[in-house]
Design a protein around this ligand. Structure first.
Ligand SMILES: [Zn+2]
Length: 101
């Protein structure tokens, strides 16, 4: 039960984060690859239109939590703490409406 609720909160956070990044860079990015870590931090890379990944990895963390003692101390490489990987694509829907007069 707890696990389910936790996953839902994370899914909403990923969705919100994806939307705000797509809004910020509407042309250059096709998708976003999110890495959800055990410590609660979210790492992400942008996916360009040719399918390549941005070599720069960004970190998202709730401002209220301060800095992360777990992954930011770099005792363990963050990739070893990845719990889930989620890829979100920026798909623009085009709807054609045919009017009958
Ligand atoms: Zn962390």
């Amino acid at each position: 039960m707890y696990r389910k609720k936790y996953d839902l909160v994370r899914a909403e956070k990923v969705e919100w984060l994806a939307k705000s990044i797509f809004t910020e860079f509407p042309e250059e990015i096709t998708g976003l690859k999110f890495y959800l870590l055990d410590c609660g931090c979210i790492y992400y890379q942008r996916v360009f239109s040719d399918g390549t990944l941005d070599p720069r990895v960004a970190v998202y963390r709730d401002a209220g939590y301060g800095t992360c003692d777990i992954c930011m101390l770099k005792a363990v490489h963050w990739r070893q703490m990845v719990n889930d990987v989620v890829v979100v694509y920026n798909i623009k829907l085009e709807i054609a409406i045919q009017r009958h007069q």
